[in-house]
Design a protein around this ligand. Structure first.
Ligand code: ATP
Ligand code: MG
Ligand code: FE
Length: 356
């Protein structure tokens, strides 16, 4: 099976061609991503209207490029997979409409893919991971701990009740006049900082529910910064290091409880249980090493796919489409609509029993 994937839910326009052999082995034939970072950097965040226009301008060329690099034409493709939510509605419309048009013109089936399902299933493409496993998605728009039981079978164990983790990095960077996107800038500054200078809050630590909260942390950063203003370079470094330490401590508690729950519910039948990380914040070395050591402590395998496939891309959308096809899930009708909000566990009921 060979599928064309399209991703336009946020600030990356992406197209990819992916194959799945009968034995389940994947081959990425092409993977094209155009980031809109420059378009948005002046505004310190993603501007939906600008994003939608940029998708319109880039997508057709990108799809051609993905087919060309894969050395195939549309007639060699078995299906089309396009992200239909969650995300910015303008971008979703562009990608899904394009997917529909190609499906209609070529007579190939269309799979309207949940962006989060793409993130959730990536580790099966990169590491051949077997179900079930835990997935932590930490990006600019999401912070979720999800139990991945099978294709279409997801249980959300925890989510942020306010800001996403990437968003907390971006807002903290903005407060400190660091460049956008904030994550890499905060990480860089933190290197020469003292993580013990500020004792920032670790919200929800100790709570039984596995949710996250990061807006209080951002407020604490603002207060600290205001109190000691004007900030020297060392102050900024210390704030960043202390901020990352607070996050690391929070993750240790929240995710540690998730790993315990996974074990206590005896979810894993054979082999070692696994935790997968996805999303742009997975690039952060402190976050990574925190998760890694946590996994070691709890006897979990830690799976971190290559960063290119952790951040937004079309390979994961194509792969999610292929997994659905392989599991016997029917394609979507061409009148399927994009959904700006679309929790991953809402589509579970229709697919129960698949993906064992
Ligand atoms: P979505 O949430 O829909 O997946 P997104 O574009 O916000 O979309 P990604 O592209 O996966 O998500 O990730 C971008 C986020 O990752 C930004 O918030 C950015 O600051 C953060 N990020 C990137 N690198 C780092 C890093 N080294 N440390 C911390 N955060 C980082
Ligand atoms: Mg992005
Ligand atoms: Fe994403």
């Amino acid at each position: 099976l060979r599928i064309l994937g399209i991703e336009t839910s946020c600030d990356e326009t992406a197209a990819a061609v992916v194959e799945r052999a009968v034995d389940g082995r994947p081959t990425v034939r092409s993977d094209v991503v155009l980031s809109q970072l420059e378009e948005h950097s002046a505004y310190g965040g993603v501007v939906p209207e600008i994003a939608a226009r940029a998708h319109v301008e880039a997508l057709d060329t990108l799809i051609d490029e993905a087919l060309k690099r894969a050395n195939v034409s549309l007639s060699d493709i078995d299906a089309i997979a396009a992200t239909s939510g969650p995300g910015l509605i303008g971008g979703l419309l562009v990608g899904l409409m394009t997917g529909k048009a190609i499906a209609k013109a070529s007579g190939k089936p269309l799979y309207a893919v949940n962006h989060l399902e793409g993130h959730a299933l990536t580790a099966r493409l990169t590491d051949g991971l077997a179900f079930p496993y835990l997935m932590l998605l930490v990006s600019g728009g999401h912070t979720q701990l999800i139990l991945v039981r099978g294709v279409g079978q997801y249980e959300r164990w925890g989510t942020t009740i306010d800001d996403a983790l990437g968003e907390a990095f971006d807002k903290t960077a903005k407060l400190l006049s660091l460049p956008y996107p904030g994550g890499p800038a905060v990480e860089r500054a933190a290197k020469s900082g003292n993580p013990d200078r500020f004792n920032f809050p670790r919200p929800l630590v100790g709570e039984a529910k596995l949710n996250f909260s990061f807006s209080g942390l951002k407020t604490a950063v603002r207060q600290a910064a205001t109190e000691i203003a004007p900030l020297t370079e060392q102050d900024v470094a210390d704030i960043c290091a202390s901020f990352q330490k607070a996050i690391s401590r929070t993750l240790k508690d929240r995710i540690g409880r998730g790993l315990e729950r996974f074990k206590s519910e005896s979810l894993h039948v054979d082999g070692r249980p696994a935790l997968v990380v996805a999303g742009g914040v997975a690039a952060n070395l402190e976050v990574r090493s925190t998760l890694q050591s946590l996994c070691g402590k709890h006897g979990f395998r830690f799976v971190a796919p290559p960063l290119r496939l952790c951040t937004d891309n079309a390979v994961m959308i194509a792969w999610a489409g292929l997994e659905r096809m392989a599991t016997g899930v029917a394609p979507d009708d061409l009148d399927v609509q994009p959904r700006s909000r679309w929790p991953l566990d809402s589509n579970a009921e229709t697919l129960l029993g698949f993906g064992k």
